[in-house]
Design a protein around this ligand. Structure first.
Ligand SMILES: *Cc1c(COP(=O)(O)O)cnc(C)c1O
Length: 412
């Protein structure tokens, strides 16, 4: 293995830390982030080399914080980028693409990427128990990857998650612990547990490794766009980590000569019922006011105290993007319009992305003449119940042709 992964560094003061299960700076409590020897990566990687790599997120291994070959999630990533012509027409932009992580492997969300990296690293550091604080998708992915790799796992979630997301963890025979309270309470408890037990909490003490996995969604977009940075990328935000890491992927691709530098905008999307990041952005401040009681059907995004919210705002501002949020009604409309035009059934988070993209185009933050990528991060079957009262009823008939003829409303 080439020596690309350098160390962990504080995002605030730049102090270096060893490549261990560490996530905050001892001096200023800034978050730690993986850094690399880019001059070495630049000499090593090329478009051709990446294209001939494995058909998975691991073709981007030189940009990931491991010291040995990956062992977890070898089939994760390289999800389709769809040329969404019908949706483009309805939303009124020249070109629109769907990065479709609703079909990611194994658990149908972008979280399969982050868990693959975190658990590969957990193996390198000889951890046997893995855990997480989750709004649902992370729990599903952690449980699946843990089962397939011989880890013991515990997942902690708010007790009131969607049934499909609870079952989607339990099926892997993980321990599911439902916490009475919002995600932020779950997360605080996990920090306490992580201080007491030697467990790899993928989004607590392993967060620097976990977070880097999100970059692969950004690299894949670039490659699938023909090694070009899209003019606009719209990304839904929970903690804000995915958004900052897609930008990091774009920056690293420029730095290592995989794409040409050009202006691009990164836009953030949230649900109005839990919009700490978009509210701060719109007010023009860096100061994020926590949302104590999130109230939205987009439960996967319902984080009231977003860990990377500050950095997400910086990224959106620096790139000339905008931050938008949408109501539950608009989320449902977003889910339906994506399904009806492109045949993609997204979860509520995808409805947030589509709904916000529509608003950004209407308001002119995304000009009609531009090229847009929407990051669709989770699968609609996991949150299907939100559509219950919003779809046409089925026609129930007796099994006779006369009865069938009566319900057909177009010419034979
Ligand atoms: C976790 C998640 C996100 C965003 O997560 P960040 O914390 O902002 O990185 C987006 N969509 C879905 C479906 C998720 O599960």
């Amino acid at each position: 293995m080439k020596e690309f992964f350098d160390c962990l560094k504080c995002k605030e003061c730049g102090r270096s830390y060893p490549k261990e299960a560490l996530h905050v700076c001892e001096f200023d409590f800034g978050p730690l982030e993986a850094t690399y020897h880019y001059h070495k990566i630049k000499k090593y990687v090329s478009r051709q080399m990446i294209e001939s790599g494995p058909y998975s997120m691991w073709r981007y291994e030189p940009f990931l914080p491991l010291e040995e070959e990956p062992t977890v999630g070898l089939h994760t990533g390289m999800t389709p980028l769809l040329d969404a012509k019908r949706l483009a027409k309805i939303l009124g932009v020249k070109a629109l693409y769907i990065k479709n992580d609703t079909v990611n492997f194994p658990t149908l969300s972008f979280k399969d990427r982050v868990v693959s990296v975190a658990l590969s690293r957990a193996k390198e550091l000889h951890y046997e128990v893995v855990s997480c604080a989750s709004t649902g998708n992370l729990a599903n992915s952690l449980a699946a990857h843990a089962a397939a790799n011989g880890f013991k796992s515990y997942v902690l979630i708010p007790a009131d998650l969607e049934p499909a997301k609870v079952i989607g963890s339990l099926v892997y025979n993980t321990r599911v612990i439902g916490i009475k309270g919002s995600y932020d309470k779950v997360n605080r408890l996990c920090s306490e547990i992580a201080g007491k037990y030697r467990w790899a909490f993928v989004n607590v003490n392993f967060r620097p490794y976990y977070a880097e996995g999100s970059k692969t969604m950004g690299f894949e977009i670039l490659e699938q766009m023909g090694w070009k940075i899209p003019d606009h990328t719209v990304i839904c935000m929970a903690s804000g980590s995915l958004l900052t890491k897609i930008d990091k992927a774009y920056q690293e691709a420029i730095l290592c000569g995989l794409v040409e530098e050009k202006p691009y905008a990164i836009h953030g999307a949230q649900a109005s019922g839990c919009n700490p990041i978009t509210a701060a952005f719109k007010k023009g401040t860096d100061l994020i006011r926590p949302i104590a009681n999130p109230n939205t059907i987009a439960k996967s995004l319902a984080i009231g105290t977003p860990a990377d919210g500050y950095y997400a705002i910086q990224t959106i501002r620096r790139t000339g993007g905008y931050a938008e949020d949408v109501t539950d009604q608009e989320i449902i409309e977003g889910i339906k319009i994506l399904a009806e035009t492109e045949g993609v059934f997204a979860e509520t988070a995808g409805g947030v992305t589509v709904g916000c993209a529509k608003k950004l185009i209407q308001k002119g933050y995304i000009p009609q003449e531009s090229q847009v990528v929407l990051c669709i991060t989770g699968n609609g079957l996991k949150t299907a119940e939100v559509l219950k009262d919003h779809l046409n009823p089925i026609d129930v008939i007796d099994p006779y042709i006369q009865d069938f003829d009566k319900i057909v409303d177009f010419e034979k």
